[in-house]
Design a protein around this ligand. Structure first.
Ligand code: MD3
Ligand code: FE
Length: 209
């Protein structure tokens, strides 16, 4: 097998969270999702539903509907502010991001049976100076990452429960996606499936209130 270098600025930390931290974070996300139920987002224009279900915590949340992608302070169905970000996530960001301000958004992606996420870039944020920090819980997935152009070669690796990935530097604008979830690879979520939490800055810190 040919091993390629990971994109510049991508830091993969396999097993960063120990089993107790994974349980604590799972329970914190359960509480978030009880207050801010998972949504089935739709693609802008086509209105086609995504297979990944989503919610958010923190001051801002990422939403996608027929009118477009955006960050907003409230849940689109309940109208309530997104729940607070669990302290464990703020702590992970403070340790790993190298960014002197807290994250503004945590997107919660839930992958049930057959869910996947096509190759895309994350560019709805206005601040690309901050990294994205990703935390995986539950079943392992096959994650794919390429370069900053869609046509760049890609490579894939497995993200398991407790793995954290920091996407800074050039990797911040790399194309990436989730090819598939490997059912039955973790017992953290009793009904199976995979959770991914991405911590993000949205607005440049210089413009923060
Ligand atoms: C590389 N989530 O929420 S996490 C997303 O597993 C997203 O749910 C995937 O792509 C998931 O937008 C992948 C790893 C990840 C997250 C953000 C990135 C990789 C990234 C941003 C830029 C480059
Ligand atoms: Fe993404």
């Amino acid at each position: 097998m040919v091993r390629k270098a990971l994109p510049q600025g991508l830091r993969w930390l396999p097993g960063l969270l120990d089993p107790d931290e994974q349980l604590a974070l799972r329970d914190a996300i359960r509480a978030v999702v009880r207050a801010a139920p998972l949504i089935t987002p739709c693609m802008p224009r086509s209105g086609r539903p995504l297979s990944v279900r989503m919610s958010n915590c923190g001051p801002l949340g990422w939403v996608s509907d027929e009118t477009g992608y955006r960050y907003q302070p409230t849940h689109p169905e309940t109208g309530a502010p997104w729940p607070a970000m669990p302290l464990l996530l703020l702590d992970i960001w403070a340790r790993l991001s190298g960014y002197p301000h807290p994250p503004e958004a945590c997107l919660i992606n839930f992958y049930g049976p057959g869910a996947r996420l096509g190759l895309h870039q994350d560019r709805d944020e206005r601040d690309f100076a901050a990294p994205v920090v990703s935390v995986s819980l539950g079943d392992t997935c096959r994650f794919r990452v390429g370069g900053t152009r869609r046509s760049d070669p890609t490579q894939s690796f497995r993200l398991a429960s407790g793995d954290v990935v920091v996407l800074g530097g050039e990797s911040r604008l790399a194309f990436h996606g989730v090819d598939r979830v490997l059912t039955g690879t973790s017992r953290l979520l009793p009904q199976g499936g995979r959770l991914n939490l991405t911590l993000r800055r949205v607005n440049p810190a210089s413009e923060a209130p």
